[in-house]
Design a protein around this ligand. Sequence first.
Ligand SMILES: NC(=O)c1ccc[n+]([C@@H]2O[C@H](COP(=O)([O-])OP(=O)(O)OC[C@H]3O[C@@H](n4cnc5c(N)ncnc54)[C@H](O)[C@@H]3O)[C@@H](O)[C@H]2O)c1
Length: 250
Amino acid sequence: MPEQPEWGVAVVTGGASGIGAALAGRLSAGGSRVATFDLPGTEGPGELHVEVDVTDGPAVAAAVARVEAALGPVEVYCSNAGIAAGRGLGDDGDWERSWAVHVMAHVHAARAVLPGMAGRGRGSFVVTASAAGLLMMMQSAPYTVTKHASVAVAEWLAVEYGGRGVTLHCLAPQGVRTPMVAGGDERSRRELDASGEIIQPAEVAEAVVAALRSGEFLVTPHPQVRDYEAAKVADRTAWLARMRRLRARL
Ligand SMILES: NC(=O)c1ccc[n+]([C@@H]2O[C@H](COP(=O)([O-])OP(=O)(O)OC[C@H]3O[C@@H](n4cnc5c(N)ncnc54)[C@H](O)[C@@H]3O)[C@@H](O)[C@H]2O)c1
């Protein structure tokens, strides 16, 4: 462990599993004091694990206060919890839950930590979106649309709070080998396979650490996502036609 850690106190939400657990492990290995937040009944690899539903604003504020009292001011906040809810257009409950986790959880977290980071002139806030937030997850409208909103929240926060020693980051991976992916149905797995290589959570954590160092906003552990997004923006009609062909193949 380095004598002088690069980052002091870090919080990782969704820290009990998958990408969150890998992020928590990587930051701990770098010497940070890590707190993990996840749903009741979970355990996380952090020095402190708080059972909290990140869609509950007052509970998130209380959890952050608990971390700051125990470990000190939060320097890195990875707002990473996410859910795979809703097939096709989904039902209203899928949309409400997806909005709560993929949008409001970032807003609650931003309220709890960004004013402090800006005041201290030091901190980093990472929103885990998805390549689906730049492109599409054909099997789920609620996931696709609310992950687009996650990207927009991260961009909005980057303009409002970025600079002055605070960095904002938006993590947009494609397939990552986690329990979320393992739990998907056959069509979702075929879509994921068609999207390219499925990488390990540790590779995602390494990409986040590199962005924390460089200040890069968009974190794409699958580099082809940038090319796909550029092609989409260049000609949306052609891109949508390609997506329809891919959908028909799946
Ligand atoms: N696995 C992938 O292929 C992939 C690709 C792109 C983006 N993502 C995103 O990465 C993030 C992590 O996903 P993962 O693949 O590690 O999934 P995962 O299911 O392994 O982990 C997600 C964690 O979030 C927690 N969580 C969900 N709702 C919560 C809530 N309301 N409050 C607190 N904790 C909550 C879960 O309990 C779980 O521990 C998610 O935002 C996901 O959308 C995943």
